[in-house]
Design a protein around this ligand. Structure first.
Ligand SMILES: CC(C)(COP(=O)(O)OP(=O)(O)OC[C@H]1O[C@@H](n2cnc3c(N)ncnc32)[C@H](O)[C@@H]1OP(=O)(O)O)[C@@H](O)C(=O)NCCC(=O)NCCS
Length: 145
């Protein structure tokens, strides 16, 4: 079984900059978008998780505190050549574990419609109606942890 090395990384660290490049490749460039310095500057209070395989960055995600109860999961990105090999599942499961340890009780997220089956597998439920964000359809999803 593959063993992923999942770490909490610091905002503005070299490891963080590497995740920004991955997020840009996977989540922004395909939509013709890029991150602004303001968007990245606002991520200082977030938890940044990175997953490595044999020392190479395979995926990452961000957890943003909403209130004392909920964390918002954002920017879930797995390197193209690593997709479908359990990296996303490992990152989400570790996030849930970490969130519980920190006293949070719920994870919420805005899922791209194409990623809804992935979150379904991880037992997230859809709430509300389909909506548009960054020009593509999304669904709000949540899970009690
Ligand atoms: C969506 C994404 C994060 C999933 O990560 P991944 O590492 O490829 O997914 P995993 O291999 O961990 O899959 C976990 C489970 O979800 C299932 N799954 C993943 N993508 C799926 C899909 N598109 N349709 C159906 N099932 C899917 C897998 O079969 C697996 O099931 P199992 O563990 O029960 O066997 C990744 O593919 C990605 O970065 N996609 C592009 C960016 C994106 O859409 N990000 C999410 C924005 S909301």
């Amino acid at each position: 079984m593959t063993s992923f090395d999942i770490r909490l990384i610091a905002h503005r660290s070299p490891a963080y900059e590497e995740t920004v490049a991955l997020r840009d490749d996977i989540l922004r460039k395909p939509l013709g978008l890029s991150f602004t310095p303001e968007q990245l500057g606002a991520e200082g209070g977030d938890y940044h998780l990175a997953c490595y395989l044999d020392g190479a960055l395979a995926g990452c995600l961000i957890l943003t505190p909403v209130d004392d109860v909920a964390l918002k999961m954002r920017q879930v990105a797995v390197a193209e050549e690593m997709q479908g090999r359990g990296v996303g599942r490992a990152l989400v499961e570790r996030s849930e574990e970490m969130a519980r340890e920190k006293g949070f009780r719920e994870i919420v997220l805005n899922a791209r419609e194409t990623a809804v089956p992935f979150y379904d597998r991880l037992r997230y439920e859809r709430v509300g109606d389909r909506f548009e964000e960054v020009g593509i359809p999304h669904w709000k999803m949540r899970k009690s942890i």
